[in-house]
Design a protein around this ligand. Structure first.
Ligand SMILES: [Zn+2]
Length: 437
């Protein structure tokens, strides 16, 4: 059995195109003390080819039992981060099939020389899961590429004094003497890297907003710290809903870990920040806006290949500039001018439309990506620009997209061919002149 090369050259070895997962059923039991995970995953799949064998991604955890369609697999082998499964009976092209995998071990982040480590990570007292882009196999067996979105049922059992937040809607919890089982459902398609579990000793409160906004904060409470950095989230939700279209999920959860975190991270309908972000500082507040805006750009509308990362980060960075103006700080034009001037002093050898895995999270992708949207806005005017963003989300929420689709969409919405404008920003390295509204 050969190990497949993977689907996306930015994240080599991950994912397969010979089948899709439509739903993940994950039943996890976790011991915080000792970092031990017992899991059972049921993957509801559809074959895209006839299969005598196929693989799922799984890192560091040991599969103990594998069945396909209720019958034990005739063979399974876990080598590197690939679990290759040979079902007892071949799967026909187009057939729906169910894969059940029992597994256990000490979860740890998935390392990568180029991308760094991502995935399940122990905190001083608890866990965060930050999987972008390659960390999902650190906690569940999956077809790990962003083009394979699925729905999820996630059950997590932990000692009763811990709170569990999961990317999905909380359905119920069952508490026994020592442990509590938390049930969550994610009914909207979600990329593997956007699935997350957060475990810790937290205070939890739900705030009225555009959708229910759950704040999950460390103990002891720091109300003042929360308010200065995160207090405007209901207003951000209302504003972004007005310019990007209705918030795409049923709720939003904001987790603030007791540990400091270098960077915050978006997952589906949930974002995670460190305690160090509870400060009255634009550098923190802009990231609160940034992560929230990813719910539209990245989570509802998701890239199909990582080379199109500007469709997430450029848009989220532009959302920061929009919020800056909306909240009475510098205007989007002032932010654009500031960052254009900074970018102009940097090495321009970065192709925004295909930056390469080593530069995919480079700050130039974020800022040049935001300037690309500012250039579109300057070219077509506010009405056509915001209509382009709203109809983009409306047309592709729940799905995956690429850059060519956005250029086509913007051209169609604005009634003019915008290929050249985008070409200058995305497929040439020279920095175009500052766009002016
Ligand atoms: Zn981002």
């Amino acid at each position: 059995m050969n190990v497949p090369a993977g689907v996306d050259p930015y994240v080599p070895g991950h994912g397969e195109t010979t089948y899709s997962v439509q739903h993940y059923d994950l039943d996890l039991s976790y011991r915080v003390d000792g970092n031990h995970l017992d899991g059972e995953a049921v993957l509801h799949c559809v074959a895209r080819d006839s299969l005598t064998s196929f693989s799922v991604d799984l890192h560091a955890l040991r599969p103990t039992k594998v069945s396909v369609e209720g019958t034990r697999a005739s063979r399974f082998r876990h080598s590197g981060d690939k679990l290759t499964i040979r079902p007892a009976h071949p799967v026909e092209d187009g057939q729906e099939f169910e894969v059940r995998i029992k597994y256990a071990g000490n979860p740890k982040p998935v390392p990568s020389k180029i991308l760094g480590a991502a995935g399940w990570e122990e905190l001083l007292d608890g866990v965060i899961v930050a999987s972008q882009p390659h960390g999902a196999p650190s906690w569940f067996p999956c077809n790990d590429h962003p083009g394979d979105k699925a729905t999820y049922s996630i059950t997590v059992t932990v000692p009763s004094d811990y709170h569990v937040a999961v990317t999905g809607e909380h359905v119920t919890s069952h508490r026994s003497a020592r442990s509590t089982t938390w049930y969550y459902e994610q009914k909207q398609p979600m990329a593997t890297y956007l699935a997350s579990v957060q475990i810790g000793h937290y205070d939890v409160a739900t705030i009225d907003a555009e959708v229910p906004l759950t704040r999950v904060t460390p103990r002891p409470a720091d109300e003042a710290g929360y308010e200065v950095a995160f207090g405007d989230q209901p207003k951000m939700l209302a504003y972004f809903s007005s310019v990007f279209g209705a918030y795409p999920f049923a709720s939003y959860t904001c987790v603030i870990t007791d540990d400091d975190l270098e960077i915050p991270l978006e997952s589906q309908a949930l974002s995670t920040f460190g305690r160090n972000f509870m400060v009255d500082d634009w550098e923190a507040i802009r990231l609160v806006a940034h992560e929230l805006s990813h719910q539209w750009f990245g989570n509802a509308v998701t890239l199909g290949a990582w080379k199109d990362i500007w469709l997430h980060e450029g848009f989220a960075c532009y959302a920061e500039w929009l919020w800056s103006q909306e909240s009475g700080r510098d205007s989007a034009q002032e932010r654009a001018a500031e960052h254009h001037a900074r970018l102009a002093k940097l090495d321009q050898r970065l192709l925004l439309g295909d930056p390469g895995p080593d530069l995919m999270f480079d700050d130039r992708v974020y800022k040049r990506g935001a300037l690309t949207l500012h250039a579109l806005r300057a070219e077509v005017g506010d009405d056509a620009f915001f209509e382009t963003l709203r109809s983009w989300v409306a047309a592709h929420s729940g799905g995956t997209v690429d850059t060519a689709m956005f250029v086509e969409h913007a051209s169609a919405t604005c009634g003019r061919d915008l290929t050249d404008l985008f070409g200058q920003w995305l497929f040439h390295t020279d920095l175009p002149a500052l766009p002016v509204l």
